[in-house]
Ligand binder design. Structure first.
Ligand SMILES: [Zn+2]
Length: 450
């Protein structure tokens, strides 16, 4: 995601349930050959008038487990069936422990429920006041039964009804392939749909904007290089993973309508930033990192946001001749490094899913910018094309899977000359594993070495 102003304030509000963390599933003890529970697919039927939902979740139970676990903290569940038979789950802190006969094959769980209205202050589910859903980072359980852990990918099919007469509900009928539990999104509005064109690989790009000339003008400005950017991502890093059509949807996040959210295939971008190519390209880029390759651990957040921030700048440069680096460095890196905004070590990867992510400094723009600067300087050392080849290699190996930033660094090293290894490892230490920003950080990050 990408935000400029106060979206971060939506964590920690009094109304927010502690459910983000109680909902996270404890890891089963790691023994050899133990298969962990794996959610495979989820089909959702959601009615926005009655707030009724029906979910069909196909999941593989963990080895020898007698239950499957699904978080449903924000749901009022009326019926649970396993392979068509009514069952009685045990509920612990919002997580349903659903009894199954474990044959080692996937089971089908059907759940009837209602989901709760969430307010703009909560910002963690379906918000009728804004006609938009927002479930990042781990609030899927306010909209549908799920595993909010970032590593468990799911392919989601959806049918949404009950929007007011004359309005359009924009959502994917299928996400096509596995993404994180926060990826599915719904937006309802009096939308105009624009056909932006096709990439060379054939992905059709579309945009939905609100009525009126101002919105039309914002859409034209913000999407001017969107087809070219997708073309760059596809031809440089690999195929788009989330279907034959992708696009961007203008959403009303109230007074915080800045930035966007990577709800591929139809990303959300707030009204105030809908004209902003940086916000548009950032959310587009998340199809490759964050969604396409998802996080194994929240501690690897820089793999999503640092990589996305960097490749968005690459697309801007290649598709539009635009230079995002002054904006990145002056707008966001300097305040973090100078102490005006949060700074942090952006790769605290000694642990996995042990940090309190929603309240951790890792969820700050320091992670986006120091991560992007790491790549920018690695490109100076090994060559931008060779770094692109390393990123493509990593995407090809890990698309629709979860991965860690350390594995990305290993892939980069494997593509670099032996003579450059020490320099690249020093950059990883300076930008990713050190609190203080490197000396001359601003000049270093924004300058492309020949
Ligand atoms: Zn982002």
């Amino acid at each position: 995601m990408w935000w400029i102003l106060a979206l971060a304030a939506c964590d920690g509000t009094a109304d927010t349930e502690p459910g983000g963390h109680t909902g996270r599933q404890p890891q089963d003890t790691a023994e050899p050959l133990v298969v962990a529970q794996d959610v495979l697919t989820t089909d959702l039927r959601l009615d926005l008038t009655t707030l009724a939902g029906h979910a069909t979740v196909v999941l593989l139970p963990a080895t020898d487990a007698r239950v499957v676990k699904l978080a449903a903290n924000g749901l009022n569940v009326s019926s649970v069936k396993v392979n068509g038979e009514e069952v009685e789950p045990t509920w612990k802190e919002g997580i349903g422990h659903i009894p199954v006969e474990n044959t080692g094959e996937p089971v089908t769980v059907d759940m009837d429920y209602t989901f709760s209205e969430r307010s703009i202050l909560q910002f963690d589910g379906w918000m009728p006041s804004q006609q938009v859903s927002f479930i990042w980072p781990d609030n899927c359980m306010n909209l549908y039964p799920c595993n909010p852990s970032p590593d468990d990918g799911v392919t989601v099919t959806m049918a949404v009804t009950g929007q007011a007469a004359g309005l359009t509900a924009v959502y994917p009928s299928t996400t096509t392939s596995d993404g994180p539990s926060y990826m599915p999104g719904i937006a309802v509005g009096d939308y105009t749909r624009l056909e932006l064109g096709n990439t060379t690989a054939g992905t059709a790009l579309v945009a939905w904007h609100f009525p009126g000339e101002a919105s039309a003008a914002r859409a034209a400005e913000g999407t001017a290089n969107l087809v070219g950017a997708y073309d760059f991502f596809e031809s440089t890093y690999g195929a788009y993973a989330f279907g034959p059509e992708a696009g961007t949807v203008e959403v009303n996040w109230g007074s915080d309508s800045y930035g966007g959210m990577e709800h591929h295939p139809y990303v959300h971008v707030g009204t105030f930033d809908f004209s902003d190519e940086e916000a548009q390209l950032h959310e587009a880029a998340h199809a490759w990192f964050g969604d396409g390759v998802r996080l194994e651990c929240w501690e690897d957040f820089v793999l999503s946001e640092g990589t996305t921030t960097y490749i968005a700048a690459r697309a801007a440069e290649e598709a539009g001749g635009l230079d995002f680096w002054p904006y990145y460095v002056d707008g966001f890196l300097k305040p973090a490094c100078d102490g005006l905004e949060v700074n942090t070590i952006v790769l605290p990867d000694e642990t996995c899913n042990e940090i309190d992510f929603e309240n951790d400094d890792l969820w700050s723009l320091a992670t986006y910018m120091k991560g992007a600067c790491f790549y920018e300087e690695v490109g100076d050392v090994m060559g931008v094309q060779e770094l692109d080849a390393a990123i493509a290699d990593f995407y090809g190996v890990n698309v629709n899977e979860s991965a860690r930033m350390g594995e990305m660094i290993d892939t980069i090293l494997a593509h670099a000359d032996e003579a450059d290894h020490a320099a690249i490892e020093t950059l990883a230490t300076e930008w990713l594993r050190t609190y203080e920003c490197p000396e001359n950080y601003a000049e270093r990050c924004r300058s492309r070495q020949p």
